[in-house]
Every structure is written in structure tokens, then in C-alpha cells.
Design a binder for this molecule. Structure first.
Ligand SMILES: Nc1nc2c(ncn2[C@@H]2O[C@H](COP(=O)(O)OP(=O)(O)OP(=O)(O)O)[C@@H](O)[C@H]2O)c(=O)[nH]1
Length: 316
């Protein structure tokens, strides 16, 4: 009898101990869950999971705030409630790729208001269940708009001539190389036109550097407005401009240079005086590089200058 009572007491004590341990484990798990939630809510990024139907299954606090929804409404929420149609399509393509098992990282530009883009760096990974099947994805998005703006501004600065707003020499070099490669590969014509304003020093000497600057800006505009969309123009040096004309024969490029020359001669500049420009035109030949083709155009330009300026000469 005493043994039975002792056995019962021992069993009850053991059960109580197990129950206590179980409760403690539950409390620990809950504590860990709270901690994890805090970490995710303060991670400085929008973190979410989506199922195979691209429905949201989890969103951290910043994400819920961005979408302006409560956690309880998450299951009714989809990308179409927040993102413009083009972004929805883009996100669909990315999500499908990730759900096929390919992690993805890319910048996504979201323009909910015209002219006010927000740029997110999106990192997405597939989530596998115990059986190893992908049934969800986890995404982490960071707002990188400011960095993106800086990058764009730096790209602009690196490629644009600050005075005239047209391509600078660095950009021209890159464009020229691309077009030379294309002409070589597809055996298509390509011409370079080098222009140099005549007696430009006199403009500076007579009217000052600032007026000279304005004249250069106007010349750049006149050149730019004469080009086809497939042509490029840029500032090659001080008062020198380079035009790159893909798919253009020497005779057509010469006509274009002649038309621009005429426009500049006829233009009334701020100085009230007429100005002219000389052009050298050269056509791409097998074996030409950026340097050899510009040298050819430069030789033709030299001929135009020594022939009395205000004219277009071809390299033969
Ligand atoms: N205002 C201004 N002048 C510039 C700029 N870059 C170069 N120049 C001026 O362009 C002039 C070029 O003079 P030159 O090379 O002697 O040539 P030019 O007077 O045009 O004479 P030709 O080319 O022989 O017809 C110099 O006075 C330079 O200072 C610029 O960005 N702004």
C-alpha cells in the first residue's frame, strides 16, 4: 500500500516536472519568437515571404507600414494593391524565377507618382519545406533611392560635358568604339566628322570668356538639332566637336556637315557677329580604330582650315 502511494507520488511528481519543462520550453520558444520578431522589425529593410501564388504570408513591421495594412489583413493583400502595373509585372517575373529555385538580386524602380521614382534593392531566395520542395520565397528590399540618384548623377558627370550638356570625350570614345566594332562586324558604313569653330579665340578676346561659353553652348545646340537619332555628337576638346554617324556613307556625312556649317554661318549669335566652322569628314575603312579614324578626320579638318576655313573637306 505504502509502495503504491509512493509510486503514485513519484509518478505525479515526474509528470509535474515534465509539464513544467514543457511549459518552460514553450515560454522559451515564445521568447525566441518575440526576439526574432524584434530583430526582423528593426532590420532596416522590408522583409516578407510569399507563397507559390505570390500571396504574402509574412511581412515585417516596416513592410506592413509601407503597404499601410495590419498583419491581420496580410492574407488579402497582393502586389496589385500597392505597386503600379509595370512593377507588378516585373515582380511577377522575378518571383517566378525565384520560385523555380534561382535566387535573385536586382534594383527595382517603382514609380507610384510620375517623376518620383523609389528604387529598391530586392534580394529574394527560395524557401524549401522539410521535403525539400520550394513552397515560398523570402524577400528583403532596401530603399536605395538616394544611392541610385547619386550613381545617376555621377554617371552623368562622367559622360556629359558640363558646359554644353552634350557627350564629353570619354563618352564619345566609348560610343565610337562600339560603332567601330559594329561597322567591322556587319560591314556597314560609318563616318566621323570633326568640327572646329573658326577664329574662336577672337570671340573670347573681343567679348570675354563667358560670351565665348554661350557661343559654344549655342553651337552644340545647333549641331545636336541637325542630327538623326542614330548619330552622336560630343565635345571633343575646347572648341572642337566630334560627330559619329553610323550607317552613313562619306557623301551623306559630307552633306550633313555642310548643312550644319550653313546653319552656323547663318545663325545670329549674342555677339551680333557671324561665326563659321570648319569640318573634316572621314569614312571608316577596314582596320581603322578610334584613333586612326579621328586622325583621318583631323587631317581633313586641317585641310579645311588651311584652305580658308568655313568649309567641309573629306579625307581621301
Ligand atoms: N569661352 C571658352 N573658350 C574656350 C573653351 N575651350 C577653348 N576655348 C578657347 O578656344 C580658343 C581656341 O583658339 P585657337 O586654337 O587659337 O583657334 P581659333 O582661334 O578658333 O582659330 P582656328 O581654329 O585656327 O580657326 C582659345 O582662345 C581657347 O581659350 C571654353 O570652354 N570656353
Amino acid at each position: 500500500m505504502t509502495a503504491l502511494v509512493l509510486f503514485l507520488i513519484f509518478t505525479i511528481a515526474l509528470l509535474a516536472l515534465q509539464l513544467f519543462r514543457y511549459q518552460q520550453r514553450l515560454a522559451d520558444a515564445h521568447q525566441k519568437q518575440i526576439r526574432l520578431k524584434q530583430i526582423l522589425d528593426h532590420a532596416g529593410a522590408y522583409i516578407y515571404t510569399k507563397d507559390r501564388n505570390q500571396n504574402y504570408t509574412y511581412a515585417n513591421k516596416p513592410c506592413l507600414e509601407l503597404f499601410q495594412i495590419d498583419e491581420s489583413n496580410l492574407s488579402d493583400f497582393s502586389d496589385s494593391h500597392y505597386f503600379p502595373i509595370e512593377t507588378q509585372e516585373k515582380l511577377k517575373v522575378i518571383d517566378r524565377k525565384v520560385l523555380e529555385g534561382k535566387p535573385n538580386q536586382e534594383e527595382v524602380i517603382v514609380e507610384r507618382e510620375v517623376g518620383k521614382p523609389t528604387v529598391y534593392l530586392e534580394t529574394k531566395h527560395p524557401l524549401r519545406n522539410k521535403q525539400g520542395h520550394i513552397d515560398e520565397l523570402v524577400g528583403m528590399s532596401t530603399d536605395v533611392t538616394e544611392l541610385w540618384r547619386l550613381k545617376k548623377a555621377m554617371e552623368m558627370q562622367a559622360n556629359i560635358d558640363p558646359l554644353t550638356g552634350i557627350a564629353n570625350r570619354l563618352k564619345l570614345d566609348a560610343l565610337f568604339q562600339t560603332e567601330i566594332d559594329r561597322a567591322r562586324r556587319y560591314h556597314t558604313p560609318l563616318c566621323a566628322i570633326l568640327g572646329d569653330v573658326d577664329h574662336f579665340k577672337r570671340v573670347n578676346d573681343e567679348f570675354g570668356h563667358q560670351v565665348g561659353d554661350r557661343v559654344l553652348i549655342t553651337i552644340a545646340e545647333l549641331i545636336q538639332s541637325s542630327l538623326r537619332s542614330s548619330d552622336y555628337a560630343g565635345r571633343w576638346g575646347g572648341e572642337e566637336f566630334l560627330l559619329i554617324c553610323p550607317q552613313t556613307e562619306l557623301s551623306q556625312a559630307t552633306k550633313l556637315a555642310e548643312r550644319i556649317r550653313q546653319q552656323i554661318v547663318e545663325h545670329r549669335f549674342d555677339t551680333g557677329k557671324r561665326l563659321s566652322i570648319s569640318f573634316g569628314v572621314a569614312a571608316f575603312a577596314e582596320g581603322d580604330s578610334v584613333s586612326s579614324l579621328t586622325t583621318k578626320a583631323d587631317r581633313a579638318l586641317y585641310q579645311a582650315k588651311s584652305g580658308g576655313r568655313n568649309q567641309v573637306c573629306q579625307y581621301h
